[in-house]
Design a protein around this ligand. Structure first.
Ligand code: NDP
Length: 324
């Protein structure tokens, strides 16, 4: 039997409960992975709350990234063997002691990357990768604004931007989070709970504005983010931790001939070649010491509800892990 954490129906953290189900046998091109570490992400909260549509009527197994060890392989599997250490990021199904995964979603873990690091960085690190290389391709010498800089994606992005020679301005809620962001690549950090981030960005850039804003906060920040862009700048909206920005209009872009994009990681990772290339780049950054993955919260898998409450009430920094 295999323990899984499900949301019985959309709602608050109290809809999460543990159930036992048959582990199952891998079919063609599938493997059974015993999880050693599972990542917690804001997308888990969007699914749990019902903001994102459910693929099932009830008992949705949450969780979109994990690492573990292959325990069984199905027919036709040649790239992976029993005992291999692997990780993956796909929507839902990861809050479980083990699960069956199609091999096209798997990446092999190098010795230098621990299971915990992989589970803390597959979804967040590949997100940082596509944001900086695909959504708005950053170049040395540019200046960008990155909201929620002390969060899971934020701490990875800050280090990656610094490695590329980009001046990163971060926002974070409160002095401790600001200090952490500063230690993780951000040249400037604005406490947007207590300061006007638009005025601060204008001051830092001498009134010019930034080349791009990466905004995952949504409702509370989008309008201000547009005011931080230089002419022809790009707004990358990749989340809505404070709620969806419902009053955004295309005509808002006319203020500076701005571009806007609203990307989703899984559209990029559906391409196996991209998944492997981006994972290699992510692990390469970790191996060369340019990127440290901050695992700042750990909970037993059975305590997933506690992890959710911490994340959605802004109590966490960096990555959060569930341990089966
Ligand atoms: P974080 O660790 O960044 O947590 C979210 C942070 O958002 C909080 O810690 C908080 O930081 C900030 N925040 C601001 N307002 C609120 C609010 N009202 N309620 C809660 N948090 C708020 O999460 P993740 O690293 O998991 O994800 C970061 C964002 O990126 C999320 O919005 C997520 O959905 C998005 N994302 C999108 C992907 C995509 O492909 N589109 C893929 C991965 C992530 P502070 O206290 O400093 O304000």
């Amino acid at each position: 039997m295999s323990m899984k954490i499900v949301a019985e129906h959309p709602g608050g953290a109290d809809v999460l409960r543990a159930i036992d189900v048959e582990a199952g046998t891998p079919a063609k091109d599938e493997v059974l992975v015993r999880h050693t570490a599972i990542g917690v992400n804001f997308i888990d909260i969007y699914f749990r709350s019902g903001l994102y549509p459910w693929p099932v009527d009830k008992n949705l197994v949450l969780g979109s990234e994990a690492a573990g060890i292959i325990e069984a392989v199905g027919d036709g599997v040649s790239d992976f063997s029993i005992g291999d250490r692997v990780a993956y990021t796909i929507p839902n199904g990861a809050y479980a002691a083990d699960r069956i995964v199609e091999t096209r979603h798997l990446v092999a873990l190098p010795d230098a990357v621990t299971d915990e690091t992989a589970a803390a960085s597959m979804l967040k690190g590949l997100t940082a990768h596509y944001l900086l290389h695909r959504s708005f391709r950053v170049e040395a010498g540019q200046t960008v604004l990155f909201h929620a800089a002390a969060g899971g994606v934020g701490l990875i992005a800050g280090q990656w931007l610094a490695d590329k020679g980009v001046t990163a301005i971060g926002t974070a809620g409160g002095p401790e989070k600001c200090a952490l962001a500063r230690q993780n690549g951000y040249a400037h950090v604005i406490d947007y709970k207590n300061e006007d981030f638009v005025a601060q960005v204008q001051e830092i850039t001498g009134g010019k504005g930034v080349d791009a804003v990466y905004d995952s906060v949504g409702k509370d920040t989008i309008a201000g983010s547009l005011k931080c862009l230089k002419t022809f700048g790009t707004l990358v909206n990749f989340g809505q931790s404070s709620g969806p920005a419902l009053d955004f209009k295309l005509s808002d872009l006319a203020a500076g001939s701005f571009s806007v994009t609203r990307p989703v990681l899984f559209h990029f990772t559906a391409d196996s070649a991209y998944l492997q290339t981006a994972s290699k780049a992510l692990f390469g950054m970790i191996e060369k010491g340019a990127l440290k993955i901050n695992v700042n919260q750990r909970f037993p898998l059975a305590d997933a509800a506690r992890a959710h409450r911490a994340l959605e009430t802004r109590k966490t920094t960096g990555s959060t892990i569930l341990v089966p």
